[in-house]
Ligand binder design. Structure first.
Ligand code: GLC
Length: 463
């Protein structure tokens, strides 16, 4: 009998105690199912149900408050000045790539202190750098093979270590981008949609490749201090493969529970992911050939990434730079859509950052120093994107960001007890009038800012 009670206890009560507080399916919280029943259901899902730790939930808050990050695509491909896909797009063999790129990657002007200072000057709160891109080349001293910056390039030093140390010194968080797709590793087999020209052996054991990936991730999460998260990319190359995601994600969460896991797979997040990313799209937009219409916007923190020109990795021919005004609009629209903005630079092969990128980052920083109050620590809403712009909110403040002034009085839904409406940052008052269920705001032409006219609404109480 005692044994039977013991079995019942372990079958129902222990999971109920562990999982009874809240259940989490990777994207939404469900507080509706009674704890005991939910706990027993968890038994069935024990292998796949991810419970973020308290530190992880705190990181998610930090992430959402941070709003703006620097993406860095850098590797031996920069030597060829045709972006990070050059191996594939120019149909190079791995031997060509070694002769032309990796053996010439010697960034003598790499100055991590200057990179971090630039990110901070731009108002960015974190950096996400390519630790390994699709060429499989490790930008750190991996012990898993020689295809890395220490053994296969004349530079001979661990670039990620230099950057990580500097990030820790200057107090900025660091994420590692990691490509699951690998055009170099012989166990990345069967091949996926890409990588058919590099001349790899046409056999291999994919599970060994996944072991290799886990071993590299372990190095990244144990040798470089606190890491803010892992930004995966490339799963789309083999959409039907078993990527053993739960194993890899659990490993990361065990090694650094606060580290955030996200993947640029263009799908609704999988169990074990902590953030959801959108590439060159605002959440829910579908403007890219790889965007997926069935992807839903989850309750996880969101991030949108973009390039300054049209290339991620250094491309000397790409001169289509977005203006600073455009980039500010991306940032503001991301915030209004409740997402972070991750803006990319592709540094030059010598380690410097081209002036067109530096200027724009500095100008963004200047704008944020004046207007950051309406961006940092805000969340999107309480009303969604409008034809004229977007809305952000924080405690008892609502910020209307008018990105396109339509010359008409602005009509918005009644948002509660507004005690003051003023232009940010000048403080000049905006006349408000009630019109049925709407509020009408009258702006004078003098109030209009060419980039973003921000109206701060102060409520009697926190939202
Ligand atoms: C795509 C590209 C890749 C780039 C990434 C950034 O997945 O393949 O080169 O790193 O987008 O979002």
């Amino acid at each position: 009998m005692k044994r039977l009670i013991g079995v019942i206890f372990s079958l129902f009560l222990i999971p109920a105690l562990i999982f009874g507080e809240q259940s989490y399916n990777g994207s939404t919280y469900d507080r509706s199912t009674p704890g005991l029943w939910r706990g027993s259901m968890c038994l069935l899902k024990l292998n796949r149900l991810y419970q973020p730790t308290e530190e992880n939930l705190q990181s998610r808050e930090w992430f959402q408050d941070s709003k703006f990050g620097l993406f860095i695509h850098w590797g031996p491909y920069s030597v060829l000045e045709k972006d990070e896909w050059v191996l594939e797009k120019s149909k190079l063999s791995l031997e060509d790539y070694e002769n032309l790129a990796t053996s010439r990657f010697y960034p003598t002007k790499f100055d991590p202190a200057a990179w971090v200072a630039l990110a901070k000057e731009a108002g960015m709160k974190y950096i996400t750098i390519t630790s390994k891109h699709h060429d499989g080349f490790a930008m750190w001293a991996t012990k898993q093979n020689d295809w890395n910056v220490v053994n296969a390039s004349p530079y001979g030093a661990d670039l990620l270590k230099l950057l990580a140390d500097e990030c820790h010194r200057q107090g900025i968080k660091l994420f590692f981008y990691y490509s699951q797709l690998d055009w170099h590793h012989s166990d990345y087999f069967p091949l996926g949609i890409t990588g058919h020209y590099s001349g790899r052996s046409l056999s291999g054991d994919f599970s060994k490749y996944l072991d290799y990936m886990d071993a590299q991730l372990t190095e990244l999460l144990t040798g470089y201090g606190e890491i803010a998260g892992i930004w995966f990319d490339g799963m789309w190359d083999k959409p039907t493969a078993d990527w053993r995601l739960m194993q890899t994600y659990s490993l990361i969460h065990q090694l650094q529970p606060a580290a955030l896991v996200g993947s640029n797979h263009h799908l609704t997040p999988f169990d074990g992911e902590d953030i959801q990313m959108f590439e060159k799209d605002l959440p829910g937009q579908c403007t890219q050939e790889f965007s997926n219409e069935s992807t839903t916007i989850s309750a996880l923190p969101l991030e949108m990434c973009e390039t300054i020109n049209n290339s991620w990795g250094y491309n000397s021919n790409d001169k289509s730079f977005k203006s600073t005004k455009d980039l500010i609009h991306y940032l503001v629209k991301a915030a209004g859509n409740n997402a972070n903005f991750l803006l990319n630079i592709g540094p030059c092969p010598d380690g410097t950052v081209q002036s067109e990128f530096v200027e724009r980052l500095q100008e963004l920083g200047g704008w944020l120093r004046k207007n950051g109050k309406s961006i940092y620590e805000t969340r999107g809403g309480p009303i969604g994107p409008m034809s004229w712009g977007v809305v952000t909110q924080k405690r008892n403040k609502i910020y209307l960001h008018i990105l396109k002034w339509e010359k008409e009085p602005l009509s918005i839904p009644n948002l509660g007890n507004i005690i003051r409406a003023s232009i940010w940052p000048s403080g000049s008052q905006v006349a408000l009038a009630q019109d049925g269920d709407s509020l009408v705001l009258h702006l004078s032409e003098d109030d209009v800012d060419e980039i973003d006219t921000i109206i701060e609404l102060e409520l009697a109480e926190d939202l």
